[in-house]
Design a protein around this ligand. Structure first.
Ligand code: FUB
Ligand code: ZN
Length: 658
């Protein structure tokens, strides 16, 4: 793994908000909502009532995972103290045999591995295990890793050799066990992950077991509500925790019905058919992308190439027909997941932040499996847009669902009743440096253009120092220092959004080698953004210490049109520039109806904004009747209080187009 440090620039600033503010805000919210207190109750240290969803433990573990990943590059003592406090508490709450799930331990002692499709026991253990791996990678310490191994060994003992009925309803444990295998090399973990994956979708009469489990879960929840009433009655001094509200999403009339159908036929859980036949993205989009991530990891670690064609087909079909122009996935609320092909309404768009992050994990695993530029291209697009929108610039306000049009109701929140997204963003951003390069002893592939300093331990004394002006301008300066090995091939991902690119070596334009890419003819995507257009250009030479490469990726404003099969987008366009999708927000347009304005696209022009957000590029234009318009980056909307927004605008061609 290259050793990279993120340097000052756009992402340096966002990561600073992540480690100085967001991670501490999230801990405060976990305490305020009772999520951490549940562990103290489970450890028998306080008398209280367990609050939150049955899977609330996972939000605390994901926080710990994020905190550990942040700590790897920012050894903040206050963060270390919080992590240590929670790690010790976990050690006291965890059963001696490794089981840890406060919902059962407190409310249903002795009950284990029940209602696997719905209640999330394996999902929660998965986030505990991931936190253990991240903490060990960040600190070299074994305390949390030991808890993780204890939990993993419990799962191996309880599930080894079991069949389809013993697979989890929400994928995550598979990723966690494979991460644990990577550092422990314990085959048990690889094999049980393989079992969970291979057994998925083989459960006959799935609908019957779901009905049974749903009934059982409902009964347990009802008894919990009753016991809470009893607790409040017998403990007048108990102050119920501050449980935040849900996330508002505009729902079509049939959303709940479709969710129920998806649950019964198994598609919601990706339990409808064995994974090797799953070539279409269906169901809950976070579950789906976690499954694909795990399959790609298994393929790489278990050296089983047979999964690759299915993974590639599923990815291709999703990108072509089931993804928003922002890179968001998940068209429907309630099931929080995919609709049909081209069912991509901008206002109903669910596009959960976690789903974009999960897709980024999948993209990265596809890079490691196939080496193809398209996956890093989509990673970048989702980093800036579909997931980048999830955290407010203050690090204390979040989006859960991310529509592409909002007429009110969707606003950034400090926390949610189901706060799965905030720490998922934090843990991904904290690891950003790990997604920049892949390399071997003779080659370096440049996947992301984020300012950084990197050493490549497999290449003797060879470092790159990158100063990037992305996402506002396309200029990247790369200083090469080569004190040891000098004959190295550098392969540069050419972003799909770059309309043309020039490379200068020590001030002189240099020809690039285009590697043969099997660019198969591809179906047009739903919205024009197509990561499959990205490819690598290479320079193979004997470098001299101090060489300087200057790249200039042209960032022309791009006017994106929807595929004719996407309803409701006729005469509409989306504006993108470089890796950013842009939008209109009503707070900038007191005298324009942003949903009905006719945008004269011949007047589109990029420029720096003054007095909006520091140093950003906006895109100005005029309406057909000459009123001024200001497009801001989509990821920045909703940072100025409740507002209305639209990515898709009416195109009116005036002037030179007529
Ligand atoms: O079920 C656990 C998480 O909660 C899912 O991944 C999110 O969609 C949210 O529903
Ligand atoms: Zn989420």
């Amino acid at each position: 793994m290259p050793k990279s440090t993120i340097l000052p620039g756009y992402w340096f600033d966002r990561l600073k908000v992540n480690h100085e503010t967001a991670i501490f805000h999230q801990w405060e919210q976990l305490e305020a909502s009772g999520c951490i207190e549940n562990f103290r109750i489970a450890a028998g240290e306080v008398e209280g009532f367990r609050e939150g969803w049955f899977f609330a433990d996972s939000d605390a573990f994901k926080w710990l995972d994020a905190a550990a990943r942040i700590y790897a590059t920012n050894a903040d003592q206050r963060l270390a103290d919080l992590m240590d406090e929670f790690i010790e508490l976990i050690g006291r709450a965890q059963e001696p045999d490794g089981y840890l799930y406060t919902y059962n331990q407190i409310l249903f002692p002795g009950s284990r591995w029940t209602n696997l499709q719905i209640e999330h026991e394996l999902y929660c253990h998965g986030h505990l295990i991931e936190a253990g791996v991240s903490h060990y990678e960040a600190t070299g310490r074994h305390d949390l890793l030991d808890s993780a191994c204890l939990a993993a060994s419990r799962i191996v003992a309880d599930f080894r050799g079991k069949g389809a009925a013993h697979t989890p309803g929400h994928e995550e444990i598979e990723i966690a066990l494979l991460r644990l295998f990577e550092i422990t090399r314990k085959d048990d973990y690889l094999e049980i992950a393989r079992q969970f994956i291979e057994q998925r979708g083989r459960h006959g009469s799935f609908w019957f077991s779901i009905l049974k489990q749903n009934n059982a879960v409902g009964k347990r929840e009802k008894s919990v509500q009753q016991r809470k009433q009893d607790h409040l009655a017998t403990h007048p001094g108990y102050t119920a925790k501050k449980i935040p509200g849900g996330n508002y999403a505009k729902k079509p009339w049939n959303a709940t019905l479709r969710w129920m159908l998806g649950a019964l036929n198994g598609k919601y859980f990706q339990q409808h058919t064995p994974v090797r036949k799953q070539t279409v993205a269906v169901g809950h989009s976070v579950r789906f992308a976690y499954l694909e991530t795990a399959i790609a990891m298994l393929s790489r670690m278990g050296a089983d190439q047979s999964f690759i064609p299915t993974l590639e087909l599923a990815w291709d079909r999703m990108v072509s027909r089931r993804m928003y122009v922002t890179g968001g996935i998940g068209s429907l609320p309630a099931l929080e997941g995919f609709g049909n092909d081209y069912e991509l309404d901008p206002e109903i768009a669910y596009a959960e932040t976690c789903a974009a992050l999960a897709c980024m994990f999948w993209n990265w695993e596809m890079v490691r499996l196939t080496g193809e530029a398209r996956y890093s291209d989509l990673f970048e697009w989702q980093l800036y847009n579909a997931s980048g929108v999830g955290m407010g610039i203050d690090g204390r306000s979040y989006f859960y669902n991310n529509p592409l049009a909002c007429r009110g109701g969707v606003t950034r929140q400090p926390w949610f009743a189901i706060p799965c997204c905030p720490s998922n963003i934090s843990r991904t951003w904290a690891d950003l440096r790990k997604y920049l390069y892949t390399h071997d002893e003779d080659n370096i592939w440049v996947h992301q253009y984020i300012s950084n300093d990197t050493e490549f331990e497999q290449i003797d004394q060879f470092t790159l120092r990158v100063a990037s002006e992305l996402p506002w301008m396309g200029k990247i300066r790369i200083e090469i220092s080569a004190h040891g090995k000098q004959n190295v091939a550098l392969h540069f991902r050419i972003p799909s959004w770059s309309t043309s690119s020039t490379f200068k070596l020590n001030g002189k334009e240099t020809k690039m080698l285009v590697l043969e890419t099997d660019q198969k003819p591809v179906e047009r995507t739903a919205f024009g953004f197509d990561p499959r257009e990205s490819q690598f250009l290479s320079i193979q030479r004997t470098w001299t210490d101090g060489d300087v490469l200057e790249i200039d990726f042209q960032m022309a404003i791009q006017i994106r049109h929807a595929h004719p099969k996407v309803k409701g987008h006729q005469n509409k366009v989306a504006i993108t520039r470089g890796p950013l999708v842009y939008c209109l927000e009503d707070v900038d347009h007191s005298d324009v109806d942003i949903f009905n304005a006719q945008v004269d696209t011949s007047t589109l022009s990029a420029g720096y904004a003054l007095g909006l957000f520091d140093g950003i590029q906006v895109i100005t234009a005029r309406t057909a009747n000459s009123l001024p318009l200001k497009f801001i980056p989509y990821h920045l909307w909703g940072n100025r209080g409740a507002s209305k927004m639209t990515v898709w605008v009416n195109e009116r061609r005036c002037g030179k187009y007529d």
